[in-house]
Design a protein around this ligand. Structure first.
Ligand code: ZN
Ligand code: ZN
Length: 349
């Protein structure tokens, strides 16, 4: 099968991924093999190919927002039949026995495995999943479903751990795939939504998606009255953004960081920025319950990802564009589309 796999980790601009011809995955017991229809490009993929995450092996196939159809059933599979539409998320498998797994915190399992990092992912024509960790998905265009599987679920978990009061003010810092879905969700749940972004096209998208307010990031233009937010959600992988967001938090406010990798946070002035029972919490992966809850809400509210589709072979370029903030919403790879060999692989939707 065709796959884009890591040749050597390094800056996305140095084309760390190359097209390879690798054997189609074989399902183990209770595993399914899925023919990939679309795979979202997540910021975590950038951290994989650039080597920000430890121990990225040569040959790693990234991609953990996989939408496809079940093509092969492993021994003992009970939940799926051939042809079913499924999604494969980041959490490939957890141990099921440790003190985290047995207390509803499988996202913290120390021996969990990850799709598109420790297990081959969806930048390929086929991908393998544990049936207990795959999720059923509806029919229809596969591209807008893909970003729900990580960007959407992680944003939902960030909102959940931030736990703003009903009708409270929620701020969004870093307006990428995750924020553009979480904004829609928060608005539908009755929160006031305030998006901070410097990018004119991201600001326009936030307005179109119904943000209550769209502002320049604090310190980069006219400043908003400090202390206006009940919760801040930080999606940018930059420590200084955490400091900016803290400055916008009201007393008793919460800040959730939805990033798997973050540059160091500059020193925090406790008296000014943290005192008043403000709290900071990171978000690590998600549980299957988070996935179920979010996908139910996404369906009920009709949340829709804004996507740009590229061919599988254009994965390096997609990562470079993501890194540069040139993507509005999310970028999705279509392994069925032909590569840059004379066929258009670039479509918007
Ligand atoms: Zn465990
Ligand atoms: Zn992700």
């Amino acid at each position: 099968m065709r796959a884009m796999s890591v040749v050597r980790t390094g800056p996305a601009e140095s084309t760390p991924l190359a097209l390879s011809d690798t054997p189609r995955p074989e399902p183990g017991p209770q595993e399914i093999v899925v023919r990939v229809e679309a795979c979202g490009v997540c910021r975590t993929d950038l951290h994989v190919v650039e080597g920000d995450l430890p121990h990225v092996a040569t040959g790693t196939i990234p991609g953990h927002e996989v939408v496809g159809r079940v093509e092969v059933l492993g021994r003992g599979v009970e939940r799926y039949r051939i042809g079913d539409r499924v999604g494969i998320p980041w959490l490939h498998r957890s141990c099921g026995r440790c003190r985290f797994c047995t207390t509803g915190r499988e996202n913290l399992c120390p021996t969990k495995e990850y799709t598109g990092y420790t297990v081959p992912g969806g930048y390929a024509e086929y991908a393998r999943a544990d049936e207990a960790f795959a999720v059923p998905l509806p029919e229809g265009d596969p591209a807008p479903l893909a970003p729900l599987l990580c960007a959407g679920i992680i944003g939902y978990r960030a909102l959940k751990v931030a736990a703003p009061p009903a009708g409270g003010r929620v701020g969004f810092f870093g307006f990428g795939a995750s924020a553009h879905l979480t904004l829609q969700l928060a608005a539908r749940l009755g929160f006031e939504t305030i998006v901070y972004s410097r990018s004119p096209t991201h600001r326009k998208l936030a307005e179109r998606l119904g943000a209550s307010e769209v502002l320049e990031p604090p310190g980069a233009g006219p400043t908003s009255p400090a202390g206006r937010l009940d919760s801040a959600l930080v999606f940018a992988p930059a420590g200084e953004v955490v400091l900016q967001a803290l400055g916008e938090l009201d007393r008793g406010g919460s800040l959730a960081i939805a990033a798997i990798h973050l540059s160091p946070i500059p020193p925090i002035d406790y008296d000014r920025r943290l005192f008043g029972e403000r709290r900071i919490q990171s978000v690590e992966a998600n549980t299957r319950a988070d996935a179920r809850e979010f996908l139910t809400l996404a369906h009920r509210f009709g949340l829709r990802a804004t996507t740009t589709t590229r061919s599988l072979e254009a994965a390096n370029e997609a990562l470079v564009d993501l890194k540069a903030g040139r993507i509005d919403g999310a970028v999705v790879l279509d392994p069925r589309a032909l590569g840059p060999t004379g066929h258009p692989g670039d479509r918007s939707g």
